[in-house]
Design a protein around this ligand. Structure first.
Ligand code: SAM
Length: 298
């Protein structure tokens, strides 16, 4: 274990029940800030057979890799190519791609809602997998909603409406979707591993505040799902209070929901709960890390 680890770092590792080696590597990653791993996802504008104009890693060992996702080799700058400016692909962190891997077990939805959508990465990953007849990309923050709208337009996402309702307003709308994405606002602890300053993100105050907001968003999200439909919950933070415990709260509090196994993520299964939920840490080598859990309305 890192000898000069702070109380907050040690507290997080204890809450994650990490062994000494895993704790040391998480603390080292949070301090080094070099775990970011870039990926790109092809947009609907990329024609059949399109291959990105830069060298990519062979990721065939990763069964979870979503369709139309490529990982540039170190040193490549995908955003410098003209095809990026033309919207043929969208650039994002590989962890985000991992968080969407659970969609592999979700049938193509007729109608989908991305409740926390800006700047649009999860919506892009979803439409790369299947094009819903109607997709709603929702973002409460007005300036972020503008960026979301630009990204959806640039990348030619069809059948998409961009909206700005709060989750409780969506719940009151009474519209039902087959798939709701909740890529929740969170304490963003993984930002540290990308070298982005995030003061207070390991503290109880920040974590508790986010956990409360996440539970509220999820209580609204469950009201937006049609029978047999799904919610994919994800965050880019490590604390169990914002992840497993939010899912446990919903499963306990709202009848008629179950967490779904995702076979391609089996090796990432969380040991912190007795239902299927998955967590990625920096030492897995696929970016700064995150959490995902797929819920199904029975
Ligand atoms: C993790 S980001 C979403 C990233 C996006 N899904 C992507 O992949 O590009 C979370 C988003 O939730 C929005 N948000 C903040 N508070 C919210 C709330 N109370 N309800 C719904 N969304 C909220 C933020 O503005 C932010 O855009």
């Amino acid at each position: 274990m890192s000898e000069n680890a702070t109380k907050a770092e040690l507290r997080l590792c204890a809450r994650l029940e990490l062994d000494e080696a895993a704790a040391s590597s998480l603390i080292a990653a949070m301090r080094a800030g070099t775990s970011s791993r870039q990926a790109v996802v092809l947009s609907p504008l990329a024609p059949e057979g399109y291959i990105p104009p830069f060298a990519c890693e062979d990721m065939s060992a990763h069964a979870w890799l979503p369709p139309r996702v490529y990982v540039p080799v170190a040193g490549e700058r995908p955003t410098a190519h003209e095809d990026y400016a033309r919207g043929l692909y969208y650039s994002l962190d590989l962890s985000s791609c991992w968080e969407s891997a659970a969609l592999a077990v979700v049938p193509a939805p007729e109608a989908s809602l991305d409740l926390c959508a800006a700047p649009g990465g999860k919506s892009m990953l979803m439409v790369a997998r299947y094009l819903p007849a109607c997709h709603t990309a929702n973002e409460v923050n007005a300036s972020r909603r503008g960026i979301l709208r630009q990204n959806m337009a640039l990348c030619g996402v069809p059948n998409v409406e961009v909206t700005g309702l709060r989750p409780d307003q969506w719940a009151a709308e009474g519209r039902l979707f087959n798939l709701v994405l909740v890529d929740a606002p969170c304490s963003g602890q993984s930002l540290l591993c990308k070298g982005i300053r995030n003061p207070g993100c390991l503290g109880a105050q920040m974590v508790n505040g986010n956990a409360k907001r996440q539970k509220g968003i999820m209580l609204a999200a469950v009201q937006c799902v049609a029978p047999g439909g799904y919610i994919l919950y994800s965050t880019c933070t490590y604390d169990p209070d914002e992840n497993e415990k939010v899912m446990a709260y919903i499963l306990r509090r709202v009848p008629g929901w179950e967490a779904v196994e995702v076979p391609s993520l089996a090796s990432y299964r969380s040991t912190l709960c007795d239902f299927p939920a998955y967590r990625l840490l920096p030492h897995h080598g696929c970016g700064a890390g995150g959490f995902c859990c797929l819920l199904k309305k029975i």
